[in-house]
Design a protein around this ligand. Structure first.
Ligand SMILES: Cc1cc2nc3c(=O)[nH]c(=O)nc-3n(C[C@H](O)[C@H](O)[C@H](O)COP(=O)(O)OP(=O)(O)OC[C@H]3O[C@@H](n4cnc5c(N)ncnc54)[C@H](O)[C@@H]3O)c2cc1C
Length: 342
């Protein structure tokens, strides 16, 4: 087990994992950690891991008042991203950072971030808080609020001694921190995520209707606009092609088209996939409360004024019953063309 020092000035360490090639989201996460530090006057460090050097991201991070900024380039991170790769890079980085028992380490609240901090907590014999929203520090240690039972209730978790590890849910708005007079000091490093054990993680295509939405990398979700279980059967076919989980809005659950365990939203599950495909969903705040700020939303809706298009990165104005069968046919045609070519 790596060494952990017992006494030192408390620090917050933001782990920035380049999962989606999304500089804005990583800068926002660092900003949220800085916001959290302000009331308790903790110093904030950021450790950023990318596959290729990203000077634009580094330059944006330098405009934040960080105590230290380390940008690590690990060219051998595997595709699709694997938590073990990021963990091995970060373990070595935190060792050279001399982790203290009063440090709080947090990653973005994606499925990847949650797994990475859990693995690091085990490695450093720290205290794992899981996925939390706010963290408070006092003389008795650290405490945080954590949603349970699919967001229906909240529990307060408390750890007397750190280092503490958490996947921190970021705000959609971002913080308005004053830039420092001088850019924050930046250190570039190169690292390897290997050696890789190719048998360690085997990707097995899942059954979309059974795959949990909370940990899926892609979620295909339907709303009231799907108009019945036939529409959901079509969504399940699409989900199977992307190895995605099937989700639904509250009205779709109430109508019995999708199980309650797959409900996304304020009173359902919180999801943080790379891509969230919302079909026949209007995009109410109660629904979007269940979708991470880090997720890319793709929306299909026949109403060009639907609110979902305000938050979608890709919006398609169409009836699902013409668009989804055409999309499935296109995916199948591309796959068989690729198979014939190889
Ligand atoms: C306390 C509370 C908690 C709640 N919790 C949740 C929650 O956890 N999750 C949740 O989802 N909701 C929740 N709700 C309900 C929420 O307020 C909305 O009622 C709900 O999100 C709307 O779901 P929807 O988008 O599927 O339906 P609608 O708002 O009815 O939208 C249906 C959409 O489908 C589109 N459409 C229709 N036909 C087609 C077609 N042929 N092709 C393409 N598009 C089509 C329409 O244009 C429309 O935009 C909660 C409400 C409250 C008060």
């Amino acid at each position: 087990m790596p060494n952990v020092t017992t006494t030192s000035a408390p620090r917050l360490i933001a782990l920035l994992l380049d999962e989606h090639d999304d500089a804005q989201q990583l800068v926002r996460h660092a900003g949220d950690v800085l916001d959290m530090a302000q009331p308790c006057a903790r110093e904030v460090h950021a450790i950023c891991v990318t596959r290729t050097p990203n000077p634009e991201l580094a330059e944006r991070l330098q405009r934040l008042p960080l105590g230290a900024l380390v940008c690590i380039v690990a060219a051998d991170l595997r595709e699709p991203v694997q938590a073990t790769d990021f963990t091995s890079v970060l373990q070595r980085a935190l060792e050279t950072h001399a982790l203290h028992s009063t440090d709080f380490v947090c990653a973005p609240a994606s499925a990847l971030g949650e797994e990475v901090v859990a693995r690091l907590a085990a490695t450093f014999d720290g205290c794992a808080f899981g996925r939390v929203q706010h963290v408070l520090f006092d003389a008795n240690g650290a405490q945080a609020d954590r949603a349970v039972f699919g967001g229906r209730s909240t529990v307060r978790v408390h750890g007397e001694s750190g280092p503490w590890f958490a996947a921190l849910r970021t705000s959609r708005t971002g913080s308005a921190l004053a830039a420092p007079a001088e850019p924050s000091a930046l250190e570039w490093r190169e690292a390897s995520s290997g050696p890789h054990d190719d048998t360690e993680i085997v990707m097995v295509p899942g059954d979309a209707a059974r795959m949990p939405v909370e940990t899926a990398r892609v979620v295909v979700s339907g709303g009231r606009g799907m108009q019945g279980s036939e529409g959901f059967a079509l969504l399940a076919q699409l989900a199977a092609r992307f190895d995605a989980a099937l989700g639904g809005s509250l009205p779709a659950v109430d109508a019995g088209w999708v199980p309650v365990t797959h409900q996304v939203g304020q009173s359902g599950k919180f999801v943080s996939p790379s891509v969230y495909l919302a079909v026949g969903i209007s995009g109410t705040p109660q629904h979007l409360a269940g979708v991470s700020a880090t997720t890319r939303i793709v929306a299909i809706n026949n109403d060009a004024d639907a609110d979902i298009f305000r938050v979608a990165e890709v919006g398609i104005v169409a009836d699902w019953d013409t668009f989804i069968p055409a999309l499935i046919a296109r995916v199948d045609a591309c796959r068989s063309a690729r198979a014939n070519a190889s």
